[in-house]
Design a protein around this ligand. Structure first.
Ligand code: PEP
Ligand code: MN
Length: 469
């Protein structure tokens, strides 16, 4: 494909669409998309530009990127408890990294729009009956009797995203993220004494540091751009993301806005922004060079992610980068590698070398989840904590061996609790030593298995120890 072909928010329609959805009610789909196109943006171009700027810092090894949240959000789980526990976990994780590695953390949640899911098969058999696969709450229902794609779900997705974002913005601007209150971030249910102690130690160290700063009068406002981990002490930057899978939805959220004055040239005064999220990514199943998803992604100004799995050929990766980032702009592309612990040795070094020789600036982050999914003996989809750590540590080592550096992680985790205040039991192992028999206790994911609060902090300490100065 030539990158000089005319791009428009709808030019993806002329390309083959992987994971497409067939709507029986097309007139209703058109109506919904028209409505979506008139609704206000969920995020603003200046926030998107701010993220791009911060991702440039990540690329320069001056910040760490944390991309995390649920595999899929659901409309039902859009509650204040779930949102605050997710944000609490993201803040706790980043605090551990900030403290150990002395690096600012750029936080991108899989939140406020992560509804659609790619599927390996378009149908499944439930209790002897073949039905369409569940494609995520913005397409059809989890209930096997509710699998017909319904366009109105796209509108519901917009409003659930908007309400999630509204609460998120409220939480962050009213002191929830204040470094003076890290104990509010759900730590009270961490049951492992050593993990608790370690986190408490950081919080105490931090309180001392804050007291000291206050005493000498330098507490307030260390802007991110000047190396501060936080925009202000009470407010942090927090960005939203989802897989850009449903292209008709993404198109309807795409708007033309003026470029920031510093980027305006005689030829280019405006850009197309996807205003549905700050960051969107292309999944491993939809990254075909000549496909619709790559076509859509090449034209938007947002920073983007690309999942890179074992089936990605080296020359294919470079062709892809040439298409989505022809001007080799920093902070534009994040490669999210997800090979699996047993396969990373065969692929990562080659990918790093080819990207290096192409001169493409990329951010490398490790997704140690998606190549390591297995089915437990009881039939539950799970992941082994040890295998996740194995991919992560191999990834750190291989980057070092290739004279490169891992810039962050992409995780599926949740701070969600059940009614009695216990964390979910979806991944095996970790410092809480979750066994196969315990998996069924509080398995709440309707999609991929997520690390729980304790297991996520285990990963945070690993990262923070690795980057400790
Ligand atoms: C995901 O991130 O939930 C996902 C489906 O990933 P991948 O495209 O890497 O399989
Ligand atoms: Mn997933």
């Amino acid at each position: 494909m030539s990158t000089h072909e005319q791009w428009s928010p709808s030019s993806w329609k002329s390309k083959p669409i992987a994971q497409g959805v067939d709507y029986p009610d097309e007139p209703q789909l058109a109506k919904v998309l028209d409505k979506l196109a008139t609704l206000p943006p969920l995020v603003t171009p200046s926030e998107i530009e701010r993220l791009r700027h911060q991702l440039e810092k990540v690329q320069n090894n001056e910040a760490f990127l944390l991309h995390a949240g649920d595999c899929a959000e659901s409309f039902e789980a859009c509650t204040h408890e779930n949102i605050s526990s997710k944000v609490g976990l993201i803040l706790s994780f980043s605090l551990i990294v900030v403290w150990g590695a002395r690096l600012p953390v750029v936080r991108i949640g899989r939140i406020a729009g992560q509804y659609a899911k790619p599927r390996s098969s378009s149908t499944e058999t439930i209790n002897g009956k073949t039905v369409l696969s569940f494609r995520g709450d913005n397409v059809n229902g989890l209930d096997p009797n509710d699998r017909t794609p319904d366009p109105n779900r796209l509108l519901q997705a917009y409003f659930h995203s908007s309400t999630t974002l509204n609460y998120l913005r409220g939480l962050l601007s009213s002191g929830f993220a204040s470094l003076h209150h890290p104990r509010d971030w759900s730590l009270n249910h961490v049951r492992s004494p050593s993990l608790r102690k370690e986190f408490e130690r950081i919080v105490e160290g931090l309180s001392d540091a804050l007291d000291f700063s206050r005493a000498i009068g330098v507490e307030s406002h260390t802007p991110y751009e000047q190396g501060g981990a936080h925009g202000t002490l009470g407010e942090v930057d927090f960005y939203t993301s989802h897989e850009g899978l449903m292209l008709n939805f993404e198109e309807s959220m795409t708007r033309e806005f003026p470029l920031p004055p510093s980027l305006v040239t005689d030829q280019k005064k405006t850009a197309q922004y996807n205003t549905g999220a700050h960051f969107i990514w292309i999944g491993d199943r939809t990254r075909q060079i000549d496909g619709a998803h790559v076509e859509y992604f090449r034209g938007i100004r947002n920073p983007i992610g690309i999942k890179v799995g074992p089936s990605m050929a080296e020359d294919e990766l470079i062709r892809l980068l040439n298409i989505v980032n022809p001007d080799k702009e920093k902070g534009r592309v994040t490669l999210i590698t997800r090979y699996g612990a047993g396969k990373i040795e065969n692929h990562l070094a080659g990918h790093i070398q080819t990207v290096k020789s192409s001169g493409h600036p990329v951010i490398w982050i490790c997704d140690p989840m998606h190549g390591n999914t297995l089915t437990s003996s009881s039939g539950l989809k799970t992941r082994n904590f040890g295998t996740i750590i194995s991919e992560l540590t191999s990834c750190l080592r291989i980057h070092a061996e290739c004279n490169s550096r891992l810039n962050g992680v992409s995780l599926e985790f949740t701070g969600e609790l059940n009614e009695e205040g216990f964390s979910v039991t979806e991944c095996l192992g970790g410092s809480m030593e979750l066994s196969e028999e315990q998996l069924g206790l509080r398995y709440q994911s309707f999609c991929d298995p997520r690390l729980n609060f304790e297991q996520s902090l285990d990963v945070a300490f690993l990262m923070s120890d690795h980057f400790k100065k």
